[in-house]
Write a protein that binds this ligand. Structure first.
Ligand code: HEC
Ligand code: HEC
Length: 330
């Protein structure tokens, strides 16, 4: 009996040590830094380059939706082009994520970051200090020219001193980094130097995937790691606890041209464009309708053509908007 108890003690002691090792491992490896190439791109002072950057930032790229204090959200959505002083905070299982100050303030913003570091954050999801960013920003396939345009615009803003807390990973978030579930991303193909801006399907694909993140919200994802688990654009991603949603929750609709399941299968091009110009209809919807409402007709046409050319994917959601207290499926 005695020896049995001794064995049990040893086993539980061993397990305890294993658990402690695991916690230390996750904490240390969860904060590690990564090597990723520093793109050889430099900001420009050309006014047309800065104008393109400004359009991407406040329009399809919707950077201002996140890199802004939450109490400014309504103003930004209504079209105010305020400096990107940071402040949006999202508390989800992997941690509390805070979108930083992107004005050129040296102490609290990007003033001390090199152009290469900013380009690396967008293309490889590696932050200035070498740690990896969580997948909020799927810009890895953006062209060199558009990255330069964005950086040039960021540098042209007035510097605003805005000290704020930084992202804090939870144990789950650190474990995800420790086990490579989260880490740097890479372009899916050699990023183009420039893309032709026109109403073609090709340009629509570029806008939807490399700039506006349509795929990121309209595809089912694992909420712990952000990994894509559903068919692209077939919807189904559950969005709840969004700080701007006032208690509402959403399931993104299917935007493939599936005959019965796609929400926009029977929309004409002008219905689509007008829907975007109309802005947010459902209170609290996380879709950045305000930012998208300034997208050009040409760009919206291209996105429409791209979406209507996708393979129809099944997946119907009887409801996509849930008022506070409504029960979400799953
Ligand atoms: C959906 C919200 C969201 C959008 C849209 C968004 N960001 Fe971010 N951004 C974040 C969050 C959150 C972080 C911090 C993430 C983390 O700590 O893992 C971040 C981090 C960054 C960083 C890293 C700074 C550093 O420490 O190195 C840069 C640069 C950046 N964003 C630029 C942009 C630009 C430019 C755009 C638009 C083209 C943009 N972001 C759009 C949420 C967003
Ligand atoms: C941050 C998440 C998010 C992003 C990014 C996003 N959407 Fe949505 N989208 C939603 C949600 C949630 C809904 C359902 C609520 C609503 O209609 O506002 C929706 C609704 C829609 C609808 C149906 C509107 C209606 O009136 O029935 C269309 C069409 C659509 N999105 C297309 C797009 C396209 C195209 C893009 C990229 C340019 C995009 N979405 C980007 C989350 C998103």
């Amino acid at each position: 009996m005695k020896s049995f108890l001794t064995i049990l003690k040893w086993i539980s002691g061993g397990l305890g040590i294993l658990v402690i090792c695991f916690i230390i491992f996750a904490n240390v490896r969860g904060g590690r830094t990564f090597d990723a190439p520093l793109p050889d791109l430099a900001a420009s002072q050309d006014s047309s380059v800065i104008a393109r950057g400004k359009y991407l930032v406040y329009g399809p790229g919707h950077c201002a939706t996140c890199h802004m204090p939450m109490d400014k959200h309504a103003e930004v959505e209504a079209g105010a082009e305020l400096p990107l002083i940071g402040g949006f905070e999202l508390a989800i299982p992997p941690g509390i994520f805070r979108a930083p100050n992107l004005t050129p303030d040296v102490e609290t913003g990007i003033g001390s970051f090199s152009d290469g570091h900013l380009a690396r954050a967008l293309r490889y999801s590696v932050r200035e200090d070498g740690r990896s960013l969580f997948p909020f920003m799927p810009f890895q396939d953006m062209s060199d020219e558009d990255i330069v345009a964005i950086i040039s615009f960021l540098r042209s803003q007035p510097p605003v001193h805005n000290p704020m807390e930084t992202t804090e990973l939870s144990f789950l978030g650190k474990t995800a980094v420790a086990f490579n579930l989260i880490g740097p991303v890479h372009p899916t193909k050699t990023p183009p130097r420039a893309v032709k801006i026109d109403s073609t399907i090709e340009y629509g694909e570029y806008v939807a995937n490399a700039i506006a993140n349509c795929r990121g919200c309209h595809t089912t994802r694992d909420l712990k790691t952000g990994a894509f688990i559903g068919i692209d654009f077939a919807g189904g991603m559950i969005m709840k606890d969004d700080p701007i949603a006032n208690g509402y929750s959403f399931i993104s609709p299917n935007i493939t041209p599936h005959l019965t399941d796609g929400v926009m299968t029977h929309w004409s091009e002008s219905t689509f464009i007008n829907r975007f110009k109309a802005g947010r209809i459902h209170q609290g919807s996380p879709m950045p309708w305000g930012a998208f409402s300034i997208m050009t007709d040409l760009e919206l046409k291209a996105v429409y053509r791209y979406l209507q050319a996708l393979d129809p994917a099944p997946g119907k959601f009887t409801k996509t908007v849930f008022a506070p207290g409504d029960v979400l499926p799953g």
